[in-house]
Design a protein around this ligand. Sequence first.
Ligand SMILES: CC(C)(COP(=O)(O)OP(=O)(O)OC[C@H]1O[C@@H](n2cnc3c(N)ncnc32)[C@H](O)[C@@H]1OP(=O)(O)O)[C@@H](O)C(=O)NCCC(=O)NCCS
Length: 154
Amino acid sequence: MNALATPVTPEFRPMKPEDIDRIILIERAAYPYPWTRGNFVDCLGSGYSCWVLEVADEVVGYSILMAGAGEGHVLNCCVAPAWQGRGLGRLMMQRLIQAAPGYGAEFLFLEVRPSNTRAINLYDSLGFESVGLRKHYYPADQGREDALVMRYGL
Ligand SMILES: CC(C)(COP(=O)(O)OP(=O)(O)OC[C@H]1O[C@@H](n2cnc3c(N)ncnc32)[C@H](O)[C@@H]1OP(=O)(O)O)[C@@H](O)C(=O)NCCC(=O)NCCS
């Protein structure tokens, strides 16, 4: 596991509407096809489990879990590009895995682009397994990209 290069402790706290301006900046920098502001507003309004990760009072990452019917779906997990590769993504995912039974989830599911090697390596190393492919799921520069569906048994 990567060590944080800074001597500060990352803190998790629930996402607030005031965080969305900062989150949108990270989202646009981190994804080729970012979520809209409305997506985050909807997630907060729907009562999904929305968290931010702060380092020295700065939001550097966030995760969103939708839970129900014995399943948790990781809808978003993102670390600001400048903070990637320091163990924060792993920390956020471990946190979701720990929290999921509290929402009654027996399995966690997520979708990931097959081209997103970094994320797939992370999920693999945490114990997620590939369970399927959703064809033509994501927008892509040319046509659409499939989604790899991964599952974690809690
Ligand atoms: C995917 C993401 C959340 C990972 O967070 P991160 O903080 O960069 O990752 P970590 O430093 O915690 O590293 C976790 C693991 O990811 C993998 N990883 C990290 N950097 C990598 C790289 N450059 N290449 C390949 N794998 C890499 C490794 O398995 C690593 O574990 P290890 O360091 O113990 O070997 C982050 O890169 C990100 O936000 N990317 C953009 C948004 C995104 O794609 N989210 C996932 C959508 S499904």
